[in-house]
Design a protein around this ligand. Structure first.
Ligand code: SAM
Length: 295
C-alpha cells in the first residue's frame, strides 16, 4: 500500500499540470506558479507548450516527453526526481494522461514511493459533459471512438445496457459514420451531443436525437475538435445475440443455435447482422476455415 500526503511533506515530486484546450486564459494561478517553480517541464510537444510559456512569461527549462518516450527515459526522469528535483508534466492540451502521455512515468514514480500531484484544470470530456444537458452524475469516458466495426458494435451493445452517459473523443471527419453506427445499434432516439471547439471562437454544441444529427450531417460538415456524448434513450433489450457479443463468432453461432434452437445457417446470418460484418466472415469462423477471422 502507498499512502501519499501531498502537502504535509516538503520535497521533490511530479506535478501533472493541465493546460488550456483552446483558450489561453484557462490556466489557474497555481498552474502558472508551478510551471515557474519546477526545475523542469516535460512537454508532449515543446513548440506547442512554448507558445503557452511565452504567453505567461515562464522561463523554466523544457524537454520533450511523449508517448514514444522509452522506458529508459521514464527511469531517467524518475531518478531526476529521486535525487531532489521537481518536474511538471504537460500535454499539448488539457489534462495529462487523458488520452495523452504520462502513465508510465506516474507508475515509475509511485513504484518508488515518490509523490505525484495532479492539479485540477481543463479537460475536454468533463467540460463537454456538464454543458451537454445529459445526466452528469453517472458517466463513462471511453477515449476515442473505436475505428473497428466489430469493436464499435460490441462497445455500443455494452453501453446500451448501462444507465449512464458515454463520452468519446472523435474526429469531425468520422462523426457522421460513428453516429450512423450508434443509430444502427442503439436506435434513432438515442440522445446525442457533440461539443465542438470548446473554449474557442467557434465553440458549438449540437444536441439532438441520433436521427436529427444524421439529418444535420446530410447538409452540414463539421470541422475542429469534437467530443461525442451519448445516452441511450432506453435500455437495449438483452437479446441473446447481444448478450453473446463478447464471444468469438463461432461461439456466438453455437450459443444461438443452442439457445434459440435454430439452424447454423440462420444463426450465422443473425450473428453477422448483429456484429455488422459479412455473413462469409462468420461462416468461415464457424466452419474453422482458414480466413482472416475473429476466433
Ligand atoms: N488530454 C486532453 C483532455 O484532457 O481533454 C485530450 C487529448 S486528446 C489527444 C485530443 C482530443 O480531445 C481531440 O481529438 C478532441 O476529441 C478532444 N478535444 C481537445 N480539445 C477540444 C476542444 N477544445 N473541443 C472539443 N474537443 C476537444
Amino acid at each position: 500500500m502507498n499512502i501519499q500526503k501531498s502537502y504535509q511533506t516538503e520535497g521533490p515530486c511530479l506535478y501533472l499540470v493541465p493546460t488550456p484546450i483552446g483558450n489561453l486564459e484557462d490556466m489557474t494561478f497555481r498552474a502558472v506558479r508551478i510551471l515557474q517553480e519546477v526545475d523542469l517541464i516535460l512537454a508532449e510537444d515543446t513548440r506547442k507548450t512554448g507558445v503557452l510559456l511565452k504567453h505567461y512569461a515562464i522561463k523554466t527549462r523544457m524537454m520533450s516527453f511523449h508517448e514514444h518516450s522509452s522506458q529508459a527515459e521514464v527511469e531517467k526522469w524518475a531518478d531526476y526526481i529521486h535525487v531532489g528535483h521537481s518536474i511538471a508534466l504537460v500535454s499539448d492540451a488539457g489534462m495529462p494522461l487523458i488520452n495523452d502521455p504520462g502513465h508510465p512515468l506516474v507508475q515509475a514514480l509511485l513504484a518508488i514511493s515518490l509523490p505525484v500531484v495532479s492539479l485540477p484544470g481543463a479537460n475536454a470530456a468533463t467540460t463537454a459533459l456538464v454543458a451537454s444537458g445529459l445526466p452528469a452524475n453517472t458517466f463513462t469516458y471511453y477515449g476515442f471512438f473505436p475505428r473497428n466495426k466489430t469493436e464499435q458494435v460490441q462497445l455500443l451493445n455494452m453501453i446500451g445496457k448501462r444507465e449512464e452517459t458515454a463520452i468519446f473523443y472523435e474526429s469531425p471527419y468520422r462523426l457522421k459514420q460513428s453516429i450512423q453506427q450508434i443509430d444502427r445499434v442503439l436506435g434513432p432516439e438515442t440522445n446525442i451531443v457533440i461539443a465542438r471547439e470548446i473554449s474557442k471562437k467557434f465553440e458549438e454544441y449540437l444536441r439532438g436525437s441520433c436521427q436529427e444529427l444524421i439529418d444535420y450531417f446530410e447538409k452540414n460538415a463539421l470541422k475542429g475538435e469534437c467530443v461525442l456524448l451519448l445516452r441511450p434513450s432506453r435500455l437495449v433489450s438483452h437479446s441473446k445475440t447481444q448478450e453473446n457479443s463478447d464471444l468469438s463468432y463461432k461461439d456466438q453461432v453455437l450459443a444461438l443455435m443452442d439457445e434459440e434452437e435454430i439452424s447454423a445457417k440462420r444463426a450465422i446470418k443473425k450473428v453477422a447482422q448483429a456484429m455488422q460484418v459479412k455473413k462469409q466472415e462468420v461462416y468461415a469462423a464457424y466452419h474453422d476455415l482458414n480466413l482472416d477471422r475473429k476466433d
